[in-house]
Design a binder for this molecule. Sequence first.
Ligand SMILES: Nc1nc2c(c(=O)[nH]1)N[C@H]1C(S)=C(S)[C@@H](COP(=O)(O)O)O[C@H]1N2
Ligand SMILES: [Mo]
Length: 520
Amino acid sequence: MRREGYGPAALGGVLAAGVALGVAEAAAVFVRPEATPLVTISGAVVDRTPAGPREWAIRTFGTGDKPFLLLCITVLLVAFAAAIGVLARRRLGYGIVGVLALGGFAVWAAADRPTYRGTDVLPAVVGTVFGILALIVITRPELIDRRPLARPLPGAPGDDHYDEIPDTSRRTVVLAGAALTALATGIGGRMLQHVRFNAEDSRKQAAADFPKPVSPAPPAGAGFTEPGLSPYFTPNGDFYRIDTAFSVPQVRAEDWSLRIHGMVDRDIELSYRQLRERFAIERDITLTCVSNEVGGDLVGTARWLGTPLADLLREAGVHPKADQIVSRSHDGMTIGTPVLEVMDGRDAMLAYGMNGEPLPIKHGFPVRMVVPGLYGYVSACKWIVDIEVTTFDAFDAYWVKGGWAAKAPIKTQSRIDTPSADSSPKAGRIPVAGVAWAQHRGVQAVEVQVDNGAWQPAELAPQTTTDTWRQFRWMWDATPGRHTLRVRATDGTGAVQVAKEQDVLPDGATGFHRITVTVD
Ligand SMILES: Nc1nc2c(c(=O)[nH]1)N[C@H]1C(S)=C(S)[C@@H](COP(=O)(O)O)O[C@H]1N2
Ligand SMILES: [Mo]
């Protein structure tokens, strides 16, 4: 029997896998978007990636870490699928075993998710069945097209048959059909998932009757407006985003509820309406990611609207031995926060508003937690649905299992925004400006150093709360040549920012932000 070359065989395998993934997307329309193999496999991989490589990905690709991981997974899938195609060319049964292995892996990944529900395996199962059918048809097109392959030898039986469909064109038709099926089911499935599962209309509804705070935030003082300097409030569209969610959780406010349980006297269950009817506070708080490197941009300030968490916990009655509250999100994230910090009088809150609108879906709609002074991974649970009062001994939250510290107050940091690194400003008087943060301790002083000169005190924008960053500005008489600028802050307790350079793992980076400029 004549065999096709490796190239077409590999392409056949890839297209069969494409059909499997596409059909799985279509099947997920009847289950939920979180159940498609691409999402479950990515999630399983993220959960098993040690902190080191994960940090490298966040550092190198920033918010693009997820597209990068998806790309890696896609490349691996394509390679595996190509191998399946080549195996199927040797013997169809080998190829089928390959598709089953891939499908089995997808089923395992679906069942491995922390929020697993029985029906989540359906897209993987249905996709596998269609992947096998596609592989059979691609490898043996004659099964569906029974016309003879080639003109029979003169005198042989069937002499009267004429081959109108040459071998190659029949193959091309089958491959094109597989490609079209993969694209149509994949793209169509994604679009229908979005139509069926999205929280946008619920968010619009929440915006229509947006509550007013009973306790408004003090008016923010006039800040500096140097070009290039971060504004005091970070617009929602520019706010950094860090989470493990491959498919942004779509939680409708009307379907949402929060349960508080564990080491408490009485459980509490709240609907979105009940939460918004509670005492509403509005607070300006700067959020910071522990993965933010010195000089990085995983930090932002928003005006949050929500209800105090401590009041709710007091109503539940926290047992004296409990020292950790574990928040769980709709997508299975767990975040552990010390009871002490939540109850010590700071504005720990369950927030439903961000900069005057309902939380954006990416930032946790309908409700998230915000605790001033703690890194996001130990406090800022988005899409929160459950709070369990427990102890640090009894439970390690998600990031702690990955090697991060269980307790992580935000370290004092400062960043030069302007001039930008490696720029070439003109000689003369130019502003050196940026932001400094030491949430809940406040920033008392910021100093700038040029080359190895004396530390110069910078001007500070007025501060109405210790929970936000503070803009600083220092006027520099810049002389031509290459110069290094450094910045350091002093927090409200009088402690100077730590000079020693430390990496973000396990509890946040230290060191002074330093930039080099060449003055013309
Ligand atoms: N559900 C969920 N909440 C989460 C995370 C996550 O991965 N999943 N990441 C945390 C981390 S590490 C940070 S820094 C903040 C970031 O919040 P933002 O994306 O709104 O800026 O969310 C926190 N809350
Ligand atoms: Mo983070």
